[in-house]
Write a protein that binds this ligand. Structure first.
Ligand SMILES: *Cc1c(COP(=O)(O)O)cnc(C)c1O
Length: 428
C-alpha cells in the first residue's frame, strides 16, 4: 500500500479509508455504483487548496492569478475559482461565454491564443476583458480595426516568444523559436511601436507562456530576464507597461516528478522584479494544470482481463476518447484500485475498448484485479474531460464534484440523443 500513500492525487482529498478509496468523505465505490463509469470525480477541497497555494505565495504583492481554464472548463469549477478571487485566461470565444456564464468578472480575464477571430475580439471588447494577449503583427492590426469599429480601445499585452527551453514534452513546449506561439523577442520592440501607434489599442503589458508541466525554476527565470530586458528597451522608447504576465505551466506530480511549489518560483520572481526596479509592476499568472490536475480522478470499471502470450490487458470502460493524454503525449497516469485486493498482482496494460492501438490509459502496471473492479486513474483533473470526444460514438462521461461528504453532478453523462443531436439524414 505504500504506493498508494505516495500517490500524486494524494491525501487528504483522495485517500484510503478501511481499504476503500475515497474522495474527501465520499466513497468512490458508491459513486461508481450510483452513477456508473467512466466518471470524472473532482474534489472541491483540492481545487481550493491548489488556488490557495498561489494566493498565499502572493501575499503582499500585486498579483492576478488567471486560471488557464482550458485545463478544466466545467462551469462549477470556474464558478468556484471565481468565488475564491481567481481571474481567467481564455483562448476562445467559447471560453469567454463559459466564464461569463459562471459569473466571472471580465476585468479579471486575459484573452490568449494565436488565432483570435474578429467575432471573438468583438465579444471580448463588448464585455471589457482586462487585456488581449496578442501573438502576431497581423493580429495587432486586426484588433485595432475591430476596436475602432466598435468605438472601443483594446488593452493589449504582446505575447513574446523568449526562446527558452522549458525542458518538457515537445508537444507542450511553447516558448522555443520553432513554436507557433508569440512574437519573437527580437521583433517585439517593432511590434510594440506598431501597437502604440494604432488608434484602437492601448499597450498595457507583456506576456509569455513557455510551456507546460515545467518542474524547474530556471526556464521561468530565463524568460523573466528576457522580458525585463525588453521592458527596459521599451522604456527608452517611451512605452511603459503596467503588468508582466509569466503565463502558466507549473508542473504537477503524475509519477515521481518533484513539482515546483508556487512559492518557490514566486519568491524568486518577486526578488528579480525588485532587484531590477520593477517591484511596482503587476504580475499576472496563468496556471492551469497546477490548479486542477491533482484535484480529479477518472473512475473506470474493469470489463475483461485478457491474458495473451505477450501481455496482460485490463480492458476497462474508459478510453482514449475520455482521457486523451496517454494517446496524445504518452502521458503517465497513476492507477489506483478503489478496493485493493490482497491477491497476487500481475503486470497489466490498462486499455480501453476503442479500435486503436493508441487506446491505452496505463502500461505495465503491477495490479491485482478481477472483472468488475473499479480503478481510479489519477491526476485527471487537468486536460481530461476538456479533451474528451465522442470517437466510436461513446458518450462523454459525467463529472462529479465532491464536497466533504456530499457530491454534486456538475455535468450529466451524455446520452445517445446527445450524440446525434444536430445530425439529419438526406431527404428521401
Ligand atoms: C495552456 C495555457 C496556460 C495554462 O498552462 P498550464 O500548463 O496548464 O499551467 C496558460 N497560458 C496559456 C497562454 C496557455 O495556452
Amino acid at each position: 500500500m505504500t504506493a498508494h500513500l505516495a500517490s500524486p492525487t494524494g491525501a487528504p482529498f483522495f485517500h484510503y479509508q478501511a481499504g476503500q478509496l475515497q474522495a474527501e468523505g465520499v466513497s468512490l465505490a458508491e459513486l461508481g455504483q450510483e452513477l456508473g463509469t467512466p466518471l470524472y470525480v473532482y474534489s472541491r477541497g483540492a481545487l481550493a487548496a491548489a488556488l490557495a497555494s498561489y494566493q498565499e505565495a502572493c501575499v503582499g504583492h500585486n498579483v492576478l492569478v488567471c486560471f488557464g481554464m482550458k485545463a478544466n472548463s466545467n462551469l462549477a469549477v470556474l464558478k468556484e475559482f471565481a468565488r475564491l478571487g481567481s481571474g481567467f485566461d481564455i483562448v476562445s470565444g467559447g471560453e469567454l461565454a463559459r466564464v461569463l456564464a459562471a459569473g466571472a468578472d471580465p476585468a479579471k480575464v486575459v484573452f490568449s491564443g494565436v488565432g483570435k477571430q474578429a467575432w471573438e475580439m468583438q465579444a471580448a471588447l463588448k464585455v471589457g476583458v482586462k487585456c488581449f494577449n496578442v501573438e502576431s503583427l497581423p493580429e495587432i492590426t486586426r484588433l485595432s480595426e475591430v476596436a475602432v469599429a466598435l468605438g472601443k480601445i483594446a488593452s493589449v499585452s504582446l505575447r513574446v516568444n523568449p526562446d527558452v527551453d522549458a525542458k518538457t514534452h515537445p508537444y507542450i513546449s511553447t516558448g522555443l523559436k520553432e513554436n507557433k506561439f508569440g512574437i519573437a523577442i527580437e521583433e517585439a520592440p517593432h511590434a510594440y511601436t506598431l501597437a502604440a501607434s494604432l488608434p484602437g489599442l492601448s499597450v498595457v503589458g507583456v506576456d509569455c507562456h513557455i510551456g507546460s508541466q515545467i518542474t524547474e525554476v530556471s526556464p521561468y527565470l530565463d524568460a523573466l530576464d528576457k522580458l525585463l530586458k525588453l521592458i527596459d528597451q521599451l522604456k527608452t522608447a517611451g512605452i511603459t507597461l503596467k503588468h508582466l504576465d509569466l503565463g502558466g505551466g507549473l508542473g504537477i506530480r503524475y509519477d515521481d516528478e518533484t513539482p515546483l511549489a508556487p512559492k518557490v518560483l514566486l519568491d524568486k520572481v518577486f526578488a528579480q522584479l525588485q532587484a531590477r526596479g520593477y517591484g511596482h509592476l503587476q504580475l499576472v499568472l496563468e496556471p492551469g494544470r497546477s490548479l486542477v490536475g491533482n484535484a480529479g480522478v477518472l473512475l473506470t470499471t474493469v470489463q475483461y482481463l485478457k491474458h495473451t502470450e505477450a501481455r496482460n490487458f485490463a480492458i476497462v470502460d474508459a478510453a482514449m476518447n475520455d482521457l486523451m493524454r496517454p494517446a496524445l503525449y504518452e502521458a503517465w497516469h497513476g492507477v489506483l484500485p478503489v478496493a485493493p485486493r490482497a491477491t497476487e498482482s500481475t503486470l497489466y496494460d490498462v486499455v480501453g475498448p476503442v479500435c486503436e492501438s493508441a487506446d491505452w490509459l496505463a502500461r505495465a502496471r503491477q495490479l491485482a484485479l478481477a472483472e468488475g473492479d473499479l480503478l481510479a486513474i489519477e491526476s485527471a483533473g487537468a486536460y481530461g474531460f476538456v479533451m474528451a470526444g465522442n470517437y466510436n460514438s461513446r458518450p462523454r462521461p459525467a463529472e462529479i464534484m465532491v464536497d466533504g461528504d456530499q457530491f454534486h453532478v456538475i455535468r450529466q453523462r451524455e446520452t445517445f440523443a446527445d450524440l446525434i443531436r444536430g445530425e439529419s439524414c438526406l431527404p428521401d
